[in-house]
Design a binder for this molecule. Structure first.
Ligand SMILES: [Zn+2]
Length: 199
C-alpha cells in the first residue's frame, strides 16, 4: 500500500474530484491547489456556487435538459416547434445549438453516449423515454457528436426509430470527426444544422 503523504483532508478532496469522469489525479490536484490559493471569500463563493448547483439544477422531466424548474423553459415555451426533437448527448450541446439561434424545436438529452469500453449501454442513457415523446413529432434530428461513440449512438437511435412514423436526420456533418458540439463555434454549428441530412 502507498504511504499516505498528503494531509487527509487534501487527500480526500483530491480523491473525490478525481473520481469524476474525465478528471485524473493531476487535474484534481490542480483544482485543489488553485482553490486554496484563492482569497478565502472567493473560494467559499466557489464552493457555495457548487452547492447551489446541486440544490437547484436537475434534468427536465420531459427532455432531460438541465434546468432550475421541473420542466425546462424550452419544453414549456409556446414558441417552440413541437414537431421537431433534436437529440444531443449532453445539455451543453443543446446550449451550444441554442446559441446559434437557428433551431426552434425541442431537445432530448441522452446524458452520455454508448460506450462499450466504459460499459455504458442504452439502459444507462436517457434513450427509451424518447419513444414516449413521438406523438405529434414529425422529425428527429440526431445531433450526437461526430466521434466513434457518437456515431454508434446515432446508429442505435436510428435503428430504434426507423420503423416509427417519423423523419430522421443527422447533423454534425461538416464538423471535423472527433469534434464535439459543445466546443464548435457558432458558425460551424449553424452550418452543421443547415446541412442536416435525411437518414
Ligand atoms: Zn425540457
Amino acid at each position: 500500500m502507498e504511504k499516505q503523504v498528503l494531509p487527509s483532508a487534501l487527500q480526500n478532496a483530491i480523491e473525490h474530484i478525481s473520481n469524476l469522469p474525465g478528471y485524473g489525479e493531476k487535474s484534481a490536484q490542480r483544482f485543489v491547489e488553485n482553490l486554496l490559493k484563492l482569497p478565502k471569500g472567493e473560494s467559499i463563493e466557489t464552493i457555495k456556487s457548487l452547492l447551489e448547483l446541486l440544490e437547484k439544477i436537475h434534468p427536465c422531466k420531459i427532455c432531460g435538459l438541465l434546468t432550475e424548474n421541473e420542466i425546462c423553459s424550452i419544453c414549456s415555451s409556446e414558441e417552440r416547434n413541437k414537431t421537431t426533437i433534436c437529440v444531443v448527448e449532453e445539455s451543453f450541446d443543446a446550449f451550444a445549438i441554442e446559441k446559434t439561434g437557428k433551431y426552434t424545436g425541442l431537445y432530448h438529452v441522452l446524458h452520455g453516449k454508448l460506450s462499450p469500453l466504459e460499459g455504458i449501454t442504452a439502459e444507462d442513457l436517457n434513450i427509451s423515454s424518447l419513444l414516449d415523446r413521438l406523438e405529434g413529432v414529425k422529425e428527429i434530428i440526431i445531433a450526437t457528436n461526430p466521434t466513434v461513440e457518437g456515431e454508434a449512438t446515432a446508429t442505435y437511435i436510428y435503428n430504434l426509430l426507423k420503423n416509427k412514423n417519423v423523419e430522421i436526420s443527422r447533423i454534425a456533418y461538416g464538423l471535423p470527426f472527433g469534434a464535439t458540439l459543445e466546443n464548435a463555434d457558432v458558425f460551424t454549428l449553424s452550418k452543421a444544422l443547415e446541412g442536416k441530412q435525411k437518414l
